[in-house]
Design a protein around this ligand. Structure first.
Ligand code: BES
Ligand code: ZN
Length: 456
């Protein structure tokens, strides 16, 4: 049987594939919010049933958090593991959505037809592109293209707390020749992208405490230290006026991009003005001596993701707050050591505290950057397969986001990963009105059929 037969089957089955995706999207599997734990569980059950329907031996495995879904199917040739996550981000602020995030629908837009709803692009729509390719292959050939392990996580959007212990405890169950990960996007929303490097991520929460209770700012103001003032001064010192991060030893392990990679990136002719223009910006705001592409792919960052303190409700209150806190995250590259940076950051904050102010810290995940094994034969095979589907040469690109599982697959299972995905820059992942283009879904399924055909 030819690849064409599988591709035709995919085309013919697209309406049914969309119905299946819609059913999964209707389950509000928000992993960070305990109120949705039963729904996360239900999404895992849905996937188990779907895999079983394809003849895959699949089970839901409990963890201290949300369950893992693992399925196996035998076949000839290499053994691949496919990873995706079935949990989604919270939907707030709900009033900015123009439809119920868990009542997905196909919408016509000026840029084409899209599937609207939470989790469409990150990551249920992407995860289903692989399942649908396998389903079509199975229907045409009566068997799978190769031996496949399916591995779906329900905690990715909340930092994967159960992942590492699970991998360590189930090495035999999960080890394959190569991992396939579908949780990234196209280059400039048009060219297939094979990810060669991912940034790591370190999360820190700081709380500064001054007076032991909130005070009247008329009675105490001037004499009492204000922790918001201290916090904003310290956070204001995070970058210098050229955008360099000021935490000591922060740049240890940050490499320069190798000349051949730099040449590849330059050949991509990244449209920085268009990329920023799409979100109403014009000026790359990172280190001023770096290109916008370097800023997002190969340079580390320090970002303040949230800051609270004092009175933020309606009207006005002349309060002098007892506490102020902020969530800060660092995107990491090269061999930057997340735990060393955590320690240096805490010491750097503590050294700037005035009399009477104390700091407490809590960590939120720490994963190093990842470098993919681009000399693995699957990279070139996938590149050719993807070029044929999209009619544009596939690009080897960096990824500014973090997908810690790829690093764990290497360090715990000794398994390389091939990361590809069909998302577009305007999918609004993690935001209101998330969408996934119908053509991302359709061509994504076809892309997996081509990749499986090329690597088996
Ligand atoms: N799908 C994203 C990763 C991603 C982001 C890929 C942007 C391509 C572009 C993934 O679900 C995600 O959001 N990861 C988190 C990290 C996690 C440890 C919370 C991230 O990058 O913030
Ligand atoms: Zn994701």
């Amino acid at each position: 049987m030819t690849l064409d037969a599988t591709l035709s089957r995919i085309d013919a089955d697209l309406p049914a594939a969309l119905d299946r995706l819609m059913a999964l999207l209707r389950i509000p599997s928000i992993s960070t919010d305990p109120a949705f734990a039963a729904d996360v569980d239900r999404a895992a059950d849905w996937l188990v049933a779907d895999l079983q329907g394809m003849g895959v031996a699949a089970e839901k495995h409990p963890t201290p958090g949300h369950p893992m879904v693992v399925g196996h199917v035998e076949g000839d040739g290499p053994h691949v593991l496919f990873y995706g996550h079935y949990d989604v981000q919270p939907v707030d602020p709900l009033d900015l959505w123009h439809r119920d995030p868990f009542d997905p629908a196909i919408e016509e837009t000026p840029r084409g037809r899209v599937i609207r709803g939470r989790g469409t692009a990150d990551d249920k729509g992407q995860l289903m592109t692989f399942l649908e390719a396998c389903r079509a292959w199975q229907a045409v050939h009566g068997q799978m293209p190769c031996r496949i392990t399916f591995f779906f996580e329900g905690e990715e959007e909340s930092g994967s707390p159960s992942l590492l212990p699970y991998l360590e405890a189930h090495k035999d169950r999960l080890k394959a020749d190569l991992a396939l990960i579908c949780d990234t996007g196209l280059f400039e929303s048009r060219a297939p992208a094979i990810i060669t490097q991912l940034r790591g991520l370190l999360g820190e929460e700081i709380t500064l405490t001054g007076p032991d209770k909130d005070l009247h700012s008329g009675m105490y103001g001037g004499a009492a230290i204000n922790p918001i003032r201290v916090l904003t001064r310290i956070l204001g010192n995070l970058h210098d006026d050229q955008g360099r991060i000021q935490v000591p030893q922060f740049y240890d392990g940050v490499p320069e991009v190798a000349p051949e990679i730099r040449a590849q990136w330059e050949a991509l002719k990244f449209d920085a003005a268009g990329f920023l223009g799409d979100v109403d910006l014009s000026h790359p705001a990172g280190e001023q001596d770096r290109s916008a592409l370097e800023m997002i792919w190969s340079r580390p960052t320090a970002e303040i993701n949230g800051i609270v303190g004092g009175y933020t409700g309606d009207g006005f209150k002349t309060v002098l707050p007892s506490r102020a806190s902020a969530k800060v995250s660092f995107r990491l590259v090269g061999t930057q050591d997340p735990l060393a940076i955590r320690e240096n950051f805490r010491a750097w904050v503590t050294a700037q505290l005035p009399e009477d102010v104390t700091a407490t810290f809590s960590g939120h995940g720490a994963s190093p950057a990842g470098q993919m094994a681009t000399d693995h034969p699957a990279f070139e095979q996938a590149r050719r397969a993807l070029g044929a589907e999209w009619g544009v040469e596939a690009a080897f690109t960096g990824c500014g986001g973090s997908i810690p599982v790829a690093g764990y697959f290497k360090s715990v299972l000794g398994m390389d990963s091939l990361l590809v995905g069909w998302g577009k820059d305007d999918d609004q992942i993690h935001s209101p009105n998330e969408k996934y283009d119908l053509d991302s879904f359709h061509k994504g399924i076809r892309s997996w059929a081509r990749i499986l055909d090329a690597i088996r």
